[in-house]
Design a protein around this ligand. Sequence first.
Ligand code: PLP
Length: 486
Amino acid sequence: MKRPDESVVRGAKASPQALPSVDRLLRTPAQVNLLSIHGHSLVTQQARALLDGLRTRAVAGTLPEADIQPAVLDAALAARVAAALQPRMRRVINLTGTVIHTNLGRAILADSALQHLLAQMAGPNNLEYDLAHGGRGDRDHIVEELLCQVTGAEAATVVNNNAAAVLLTIAAYAAADRQRTEVIVSRGELVEIGGAFRMPDVMASAGATLVEVGTTNRTHPRDYEAAINDRTALVMKVHTSNYTVQGFTAEVDETTLAQIARAKGVPLATDLGSGSLVDLAAYGLPREPMPQEKLAAGCDVVTFSGDKLLGGPQAGLIIGSKAAIERIRRFPMKRALRMSKLPLAALEATLMLYLRPERLAQDLPTLRLLTRPVDAIQALAQRLQPAVAQAVAGRFEVSVVSLLGQIGSGSLPVDRLPSAGLALAPLQKKGSGRALDELATALRSLPLPVVGRVAEDRLLLDLRCLEDPAPFTGQLPALRQALGVA
Ligand SMILES: *Cc1c(COP(=O)(O)O)cnc(C)c1O
């Protein structure tokens, strides 16, 4: 005799006719409650989608009757409504060892920036309103004076991000006069930063004619001198922030280049990418070019990012001479690239922190994390090791390790940051790749996702950016459960 089909033994299948209508589903007490909280639109839409999915399975004969019990339907609908209201933007715990991680939102804002942002966005403000005279103002006024104070610049303006700052600067010089469209850049500086932002393409979209000088490894003053003519709109220097050219190399520094440009009567702009408004060497960190030095060297315009080493919101900062900034500010493209009031509030509060440099390493999270002593990170790793070991017991061995992290975001690509953390190694060498995948997925699936990195058959959790361990340790029971550790 034929053995009965297993699924038939486990339970009968529901027919499409057995499914309730949307109306009937929404009349149960649980749904009436859901409707009173969320209103009609969302709950009905989700009820319809839920029933559509169940109907498809019922028609295919694969829907167990158990799945359409009233309590099960109620729970399924409540779960769908909750999922629809779960924001896609989620806080995560960054244990990658990269402090300014572009994929994880770059710099985290200082408390004062968060507070200012929140307070200013809760009502109208003087974004473009001159309170002294009662008329229209310019939004640049919010940060221009501060930026000049901190950098020594004559004038400053801000745009959406540094890519926009570079684009706008080039366009303001190269697209304004048909007779002068050439922008001179060293072949060693034709950078590509993430997200298809390549210097030659930026030149083209800004309406500039790129004039490459020198070679990949060596560019000399005479290369620039020979290239400057009456079609030159701008000489441009680009900080090679995400790579280094080593060996037999030569580049022309801004001081020399400024003399050449000035003698020929053409402007000089430099794009620093990250740039740092404080001397990182004073904090024991690798040095990064400072915008104020580039101005002092004679650059007419300096551009840099708001959310890299500056430690603020996404923004493109443009500082320079009065004439240069006036030209850039008046170029029509500026309107399309202008900063929103949200990051502008955060930028103002962030820049204000630079007025008190003695407190910066405490008040600015980016600098605080970058200067965190390795001993303290190591001690935290020691302290967390037993609890983490317990959560993954029998599956992974957990050891305290010295690590090398990164500043990130293209700043200082070759310099590594000595750090410490935990290494989780699969106990079973066979299938260790799969075990590591499972662990990384389990960590990312926690309510507050944890992002580490996998290297050399281990999952590494760099603790430099874990200032408050409680949200991490509080999730260890959930991790333990996800991994099925008894
Ligand atoms: C990061 C970077 C940019 C772009 O800055 P965003 O603020 O990300 O737009 C431009 N130039 C260089 C050299 C960079 O490193």
